[in-house]
Write a protein that binds this ligand. Structure first.
Ligand code: NAD
Length: 257
């Protein structure tokens, strides 16, 4: 894994940041991305701790030209991007009849279309070197629906479909593409939902976690973020060369029901 170059979108927070640290620990070069105001400091701190080469880009997933520029600039420094982790994502919860159209468009663009633009941008060099790993952070909502999450569920199902197509097209060229489908992981994205649900249901947060947030998981515990990061590392490794086109649930038994 050492010296591989890894681009992780949304890697200055939550799941993406822990994935970045896991690859950094292996000695990989990391291309950080995210919209956090202190993103550049976060990237610098991780890179200094693990003594790795890095770059940071606040490229917005809504702007395809910025994504292409990020890839081109990173490739001019590192030559090739060996591993792409499409992780950046947002959520909005609302019934369909009230769902704001701009939120729908943003969720599809950030959670789904950015994965297409970035995959397209890294593809020729991965193909030329006959090695590539694309890991898409989908969701249990890439396999199942929940009410009031229409855009998110549509986007994540789209990510799973895109993953399968990229797997077929990449197979002759040593490029694998897989989706990880987490249940609930305690990150800033979910912390906000806990507070919102506690207010709506008028319940203390610990009860909201068990009765509302984790209702669909058989194991009433958050999925540790490290579990997602370790699975991403495994999928990026040489030993995972024949695993492709999958959508792997890591969901405390949600998908067993
Ligand atoms: P998070 O809010 O902690 O991190 C999201 C990251 O995406 C941040 O770095 C943010 O800056 C970045 N981002 C958002 N919009 C962006 C944009 N327009 N351009 C560039 N970057 C942008 O959330 P998280 O929970 O770590 O989520 C990461 C991924 O995991 C998402 O795709 C999410 O859907 C998925 N996921 C999360 C959970 C969970 O329970 N937390 C479960 C399943 C799937």
């Amino acid at each position: 894994m050492q010296r591989r170059t890894v681009l992780i979108t949304g890697s200055t927070s939550g799941i993406g940041l822990v994935i970045a640290k896991a690859f950094a620990k292996q000695g990989c070069n990391i291309i950080f991305n995210g919209l956090e105001a202190n993103g550049v400091d976060i990237a610098q701190e991780v890179a200094a701790y693990y003594a790795i080469e890095y770059m940071f880009f606040p490229a917005n997933m809504l702007q395809p030209a910025a994504l292409r520029e990020m890839v081109e600039t990173a490739m001019s420094k590192f030559g090739v991007i060996d591993v792409l982790v499409n992780n950046a994502g947002i959520q909005h919860v609302s019934p369909i009849e009230d769902f704001p159209e701009d939120k729908w468009n943003d969720i599809i663009a950030i959670n789904l279309t950015s994965a297409f633009h970035l995959t397209k941008a890294v593809w020729p060099e991965m193909k030329a070197q006959n090695f590539g790993r694309i890991i898409n952070i989908a969701s249990a909502h890439g396999l199942f629906a929940s009410e009031f999450k229409s855009a998110y569920v549509a986007a994540k199902h789209g990510v799973v479909g895109f993953t399968k197509t990229a797997a077929l097209e990449g197979a002759p060229f040593g490029i694998t593409c897989n989706a990880i489908c987490p249940g609930y992981v305690k990150t800033p994205l979910v912390e906000k939902q806990i507070g919102d649900q506690a207010r709506v249901h008028n319940l203390p947060e610990d009860e909201v976690i068990k009765k509302v947030i984790l209702a669909k998981q058989a194991i009433k515990e958050f999925v540790p973020v490290e579990t997602i990061a370790e699975l991403a590392l495994f999928l990026a490794s040489d030993i995972a060369a024949t695993i492709t086109g999958t959508a792997m649930p890591v969901d405390g038994g949600w998908s067993a029901q």
